[in-house]
Write a protein that binds this ligand. Structure first.
Ligand SMILES: [Zn+2]
Ligand SMILES: [Zn+2]
Length: 141
């Protein structure tokens, strides 16, 4: 069986096609439901507020943003650089790459199937502190 490092808790786990271990998967799903419920009543709440009100750690929120399950941005659509495209570093509202870079990856994939691998990303605690500090409105995608 292939073992991988969980992107969230960093423990090795038997790889079944997900980027996090089954424990984290269940936990993140529960946390996502909490956040969704909260945002249902508090549309456009900030990350700090959501984290405090639901008890969901900011690290989880950050992960859900990367997974495109949450979107971040203010009323002007400004994304404030919490999330950056992993390729060109442009601020993005959700996910790991901007739409332009995604397209490039897809065309690269078409040219050489299997040759291109997305960089593996482990969420750093420090990065979360810096990236999420001071801002923004969350939406459920
Ligand atoms: Zn894990
Ligand atoms: Zn980009």
């Amino acid at each position: 069986m292939e073992f991988k490092q969980c992107e969230f808790c960093r423990r090795p786990y038997p790889h079944m096609g997900k980027s996090v271990c089954s424990e984290c998967l269940i936990k993140l799903d529960e946390e996502f439901v909490e956040i969704r419920e909260y945002l249902y009543d508090h549309e456009g709440a900030g990350i700090e507020e959501v984290s405090e009100a639901t008890g969901v750690p900011r690290k989880s929120i950050f992960y859900l943003l990367k997974e495109e399950r949450l979107i971040v941005g203010d009323e002007n659509g400004c994304v404030n650089g919490i999330l950056k495209c992993e390729s060109c570093k442009r601020p993005i509202p959700t996910g790991r790459m901007c739409s332009g870079c995604k397209k490039e990856v897809i065309s690269a994939l078409n040219e050489s199937i299997g040759a291109y691998k997305l960089p593996k990303q482990v969420i750093e605690e420090d990065e979360v502190e810096i990236s999420i500090k001071g801002l923004a409105k969350l939406q459920v995608k």
